[in-house]
Write a new protein. Structure first.
Length: 251
């Protein structure tokens, strides 16, 4: 953070580094792309992972243990290995792509270097992460409350609107924030899919990598981009703690 305000010649403090970097189109594009990608990825994880976590919490112990093991493996499988698996399955000559062509299906998977290709690759690890993060909160909803709502004549929709979702919302929001932060700072997977030399969909982490490998001596671009990531992470973690504190008021 401190280096982002240092003068290139040394000795002084200046805002010129921030003005120069954020005033450039490439940096703004990379930051905007990273934020847009992270928002979409975290939102899909919320929509898909929320019901999965609820179903998993209601499973029998044996099935729950099996599924937790699978989710843990998927959550820890990322980086170059995941990129290779994505290309092998959904690439131009991937197994699923060739299978769709053999069946005469006109639809083709998105290219690995496209926005939606990155979204699909990210979701493989981020949906299991969201489920593991929110699974403990699902035990807060007690069966007795649903029975009490039924006795009062309330339906399932009313139960979730007035009881279930208000209780789970802080924990679901906290999981969304952590997944958002993780998606913004992810490095290995996008580099493996996009490459680090003028990618078709620039991201902030790839921009930082290009700056380091380019050996731009005297340039303050890297500290400014690192400070942007730090600000996003600190803000997200502060909101995360606030949401958890709000959610624990129900306990």
């Amino acid at each position: 953070m401190r280096a982002s305000f240092a003068e290139p010649a040394g000795g002084g403090v200046t805002l010129a580094n921030w003005i120069s970097v954020l005033g450039g189109r490439s940096a703004r594009t990379a930051i905007g792309n990273s934020l847009a990608l992270a928002v979409v990825v975290a939102t899909i994880a919320l929509i898909v992972g929320g019901p999965l976590a609820w179903s998993l919490a209601r499973m029998a112990r044996g099935w729950r243990a099996l599924n937790l093991g699978l989710l843990t493996v998927a959550n820890n499988f990322s980086g170059i290995g995941l990129a290779f698996g994505y290309v092998a399955a959904l690439g131009s000559y991937g197994m699923i792509t060739l299978g769709l062509k053999a069946l005469g299906v006109g639809a083709t998977p998105p290219a690995p270097t496209s926005f939606w290709g990155l979204v699909i690759a990210y979701e493989y690890g981020i949906v299991p992460m969201f489920v593991l993060l929110t699974l403990p909160a699902m035990s807060l909803i007690r069966e007795e409350w649903w029975e009490a709502c039924q006795c009062c004549g309330a339906g399932r929709l009313q139960f979730w609107r007035h009881v279930g979702l208000p209780m789970l919302a802080p924990f679901l929001g906290a999981g969304w924030l952590l997944c958002f932060t993780w998606a913004v700072g992810l490095y290995g997977l996008p580099v493996a899919l996009l490459g680090s030399s003028r990618p078709t969909y620039p991201l902030i982490t790839i921009d930082m990598s290009r700056t380091m490998m380019g050996s731009l001596f005297g340039s303050q671009r890297m500290p400014v981009l690192a400070a942007v990531l730090m600000i996003l992470a600190v803000g997200s973690l502060w909101l995360y703690r606030w949401l958890l504190k709000r959610g624990t008021n129900w306990l």
